[in-house]
Design a protein around this ligand. Structure first.
Ligand SMILES: [Zn+2]
Length: 71
């Protein structure tokens, strides 16, 4: 597990876009066809149900999307 303080995680997630350097982002989450669906990260060897919900950051300028787990 990630033991970094929440504050540090937050500041890391505010770093500029790695593709174009922009700081214009839209935050959201990843969904399937149904708006109630989530996309999860599940580590190798983890049991079903141990996944972490993913949030997404879209760069407005280059359209790149990065995924993060919640704190
Ligand atoms: Zn970008």
């Amino acid at each position: 597990m990630n033991k970094q303080p929440n504050q540090e995680n937050r500041s890391l997630q505010e770093t500029p876009c790695f593709i174009c350097g922009s700081q214009n982002f839209i935050w959201g989450r990843t969904v399937g066809e149904s708006s109630s669906q989530w996309v999860y990260f599940r580590a190798d060897g983890a049991a079903w149900g141990e996944g972490e919900k993913l949030r997404a950051r879209k760069c407005i300028d280059c359209k790149n999307i990065q995924l993060f787990t919640y704190d």
